[in-house]
Design a protein around this ligand. Structure first.
Ligand SMILES: *[C@@H]1O[C@H](CO)[C@@H](O)[C@H](O)[C@H]1NC(C)=O
Ligand SMILES: *[C@@H]1O[C@H](CO)[C@@H](O)[C@H](O)[C@H]1NC(C)=O
Ligand SMILES: *[C@@H]1O[C@H](CO)[C@@H](O)[C@H](O)[C@H]1NC(C)=O
Ligand SMILES: *[C@@H]1O[C@H](CO)[C@@H](O)[C@H](O)[C@H]1NC(C)=O
Ligand SMILES: *[C@@H]1O[C@H](CO)[C@@H](O)[C@H](O)[C@H]1NC(C)=O
Length: 283
């Protein structure tokens, strides 16, 4: 009887120790790292993760068949190709102790498909820098009209890179005069069905827009619970000027847990959250 109690207390203590060591909200981000100048600056900075956008297009001044380049729609030219982006980051990581990770935001299934061989050398198990493959694969709030990236093909191609984290989200229409909305049970359910039906067997993070996520706590908790075996997490992002209920967002983050929440929001919103420095507040 006593032995059982002692074992229980020890186990609880160890779990807490491990959890406080993992505070994913401390991970820092650079955005739209889509040209050479900014890539150099981001590599020289303290930032941990480089987020970049990939489209089919041309290097400035070149023609020929379109290739995967670093650019955000509607742009279709860049001075930086995906091939050079990846090799530059890999070279940096080879000679630096603190590795930088990449989050590659693919804007179409065509460009993801044409990027497979470029990604492959960096998704081998011996390469260790964080590699996230991101796409908006389902239509989301508020009645978003952007066409999502083909979900089944994205997941199938993503499975060729088992060490990569799949970052799978919803298109959104929010900001400006749209200041209210939420992820619906149907939208969350569609994602969960995809995860199950496609038998995903790699780490997943779900990118959710702060202003919408804060109104969707119950369904997001369901989604994360149902995908816990894939070490799932949420990545809270926000656009400059989005309307966000800060109190509700903070409650969501603390309920999900700092060990399961990446936070990629503008500085002023992060400051307003004023996250606690000990994990005691956790539910
Ligand atoms: C390079 O990228 C940064 C970040 O997206 C942007 O602010 C800057 O204007 C870009 N520079 C050029 C020359 O496109
Ligand atoms: C929101 O703004 C757009 C133009 O920016 C306008 O067409 C639309 O009617 C507005 N919607 C509402 C609900 O005010
Ligand atoms: C999941 O992936 C791991 C390694 O990536 C593998 O060992 C395991 O067999 C896979 N499980 C299933 C059910 O495919
Ligand atoms: C989840 O994490 C455990 C422990 O680190 C690991 O063994 C397992 O392979 C991971 N599974 C996925 C799908 O990430
Ligand atoms: C987690 O990280 C955030 C952001 O750096 C910080 O404000 C907070 O105090 C940290 N909390 C814990 C429990 O480590």
């Amino acid at each position: 009887m006593f032995l059982v109690i002692i074992l229980f207390v020890t186990a609880t203590f160890v779990t807490c120790e491990e959890e406080t060591m993992k505070n994913l909200t401390t991970v820092t981000w650079a955005h739209a790292v889509n040209n050479k100048t900014y890539l150099e600056a981001a590599l020289a900075s303290e930032v941990a993760m480089l987020e970049a956008d990939i489209v089919l297009g041309h290097l400035t001044g070149h023609d020929g068949p379109p290739i995967p380049i670093m650019a955000h729609p509607p742009a279709t030219t860049s001075d930086l190709s995906l091939a050079e982006f990846l090799s530059t980051v890999a070279q940096y990581n080879n000679v630096n102790n603190k590795q930088k990770g990449v989050k590659l935001d693919f804007k179409s299934i065509e460009v993801f498909s044409k990027s497979q061989e470029l990604i492959a050398p960096y998704s081998k198990p011996q390469v260790t820098f964080p590699l996230w493959l991101n796409a908006d694969i389902l239509p989301g709030p508020v009645k978003a009209t952007t066409t999502p990236v083909d979900p089944i093909k994205f997941i199938e191609l993503g499975a060729n890179h088992p060490r990569a984290v799949l970052c799978m989200g919803w298109t959104t229409r929010y900001g400006g005069n749209i200041t209210e909305g939420e992820y619906t049970p149907e939208q969350i359910g569609s994602m969960l069905r995809l995860v199950n039906e496609q038998k995903i067997n790699q780490t997943i993070t779900f990118p959710v827009r702060a202003g919408l996520a804060c109104n969707s706590q119950p369904v997001l908790l369901d989604l994360l619970r149902e995908t816990a075996s894939l070490n799932s997490s949420m990545t809270v992002w926000s656009s400059e000027g989005d309307s966000v209920e800060v109190g509700r967002l903070k409650a969501l983050i603390l309920t999900v847990g700092l060990e399961r929440t990446y936070l990629d929001v503008p500085h002023d919103l992060a400051a307003k959250l004023n996250l606690p420095s000990t994990d005691k507040v956790k539910h």
